[in-house]
Design a protein around this ligand. Structure first.
Ligand SMILES: [Zn+2]
Length: 310
């Protein structure tokens, strides 16, 4: 058990956002920001590494991609107000990507979000949203009377995506998606955000994918999931169904080396490794991740950390 002092000290340490200074153009006030909120792969809650989520902030509006466990708290830790939330994009419906989808909506509303919120993702996003709102009806009703919030359901517009192509465009951002292979998920999506000053692609979970290479052509930043293959055997050995787990990981995900191959084929300017598997193995150093990705990719590689801004 941690005492309170230890907890506070640990939290403060973890709350300091890291910035990649060489890539920041500090003279540009309206620069599109990308913050990695959670960089660990898999649903197991970990002490120091949150589950998948990232936020892009363009002209003051927050576009969240994936909602792993703790996403609202990670937004707070990153200093991004929940009331700036404008869009949520879900890559696929594994719990390390969507466990806090409903909670993010509910908590943003509870702290004052009172404008339209669009959510995007594969089916059954409509049903997930509807059931979540139904499940939270007691809280929503009470806060409406107690605190004067508007009804939540009319603010939320869900959009189910079943094919590659254009998703949405507003004055700030154009979003495009591609279906990517992530068995046994029927549908998994990668998203590309073309902003006024830079383009950012989030791979979601995927095996090495030609669709993703096409979607990422020439992008400024590719955030790609990554496995460190030599450690997968050790990881598998710690679980009761080791062989099956390893088969699933190799068939559904991408090694750091192959993430580099994808980045090179797409001609992206920067590769960010995230959704790291294993997420918290201290024997795998950043250098080891980077070396694996750089077998094929000749550009810069960043090993993603929670709250890192890129
Ligand atoms: Zn997945």
């Amino acid at each position: 058990m941690m005492n309170r002092r230890t907890f506070v000290a640990t939290s403060l340490g973890a709350l300091t956002p890291r910035i990649w200074p060489e890539l920041l153009d500090t003279g540009q006030e309206n620069r599109t920001r990308l913050i990695l909120l959670g960089t660990g792969g898999g649903p197991r809650p970990r002490r120091n590494v949150a589950a998948s989520s990232q936020v892009i902030i363009a002209n003051g509006a927050a576009y969240v991609v994936d909602c792993g466990d703790g996403v609202a708290r990670q937004m707070a830790a990153a200093g991004v107000s929940l009331t700036t939330l404008r869009h949520i994009f879900i890559t696929h419906h594994h719990s390390d990507h969507n466990a806090d989808y409903g909670n993010l909506i509910l908590l943003a509303w509870a702290v004052g979000l009172n404008s339209r919120l669009d959510t995007w993702g594969p089916p059954p996003l409509d049903r997930i949203t509807k059931l979540f709102l139904e499940m939270s009806a007691t809280d929503i009703k009470t806060r409406m009377s107690d605190e004067g919030h508007p009804p939540l359901a009319p603010l939320v517009r869900t959009h189910e995506i079943t094919a590659s192509g254009a998703v949405m465009q507003d004055g700030k951002v154009k979003v495009t998606t591609a279906l990517v292979p992530h068995p046994l998920m029927k549908r998994a999506l990668a998203y590309r955000f073309d902003c006024s000053d830079r383009s950012i692609v989030i791979s979601g979970d995927t095996a090495p994918s030609q669709n993703l290479i096409r979607l990422s052509q020439g992008a400024d930043v590719l955030v790609h999931e990554a496995m460190y293959l030599p450690a997968i055997d050790r990881l598998a050995a710690r679980t009761p169904s080791a062989t099956r787990l390893k088969q699933h990981l190799v068939a559904s995900h991408t090694s750091a080396e192959d993430a580099g191959r994808v980045a090179q084929a797409a001609g992206v300017k920067l590769l960010v490794l995230s959704h790291l598997v294993p997420a918290d193995d201290p024997t795998i150093t950043d250098q080891m991740w980077t070396d694996a990705a750089r077998v094929h990719f000749r550009g810069p590689v960043i090993v993603g950390k929670d709250l890192m801004e890129i």
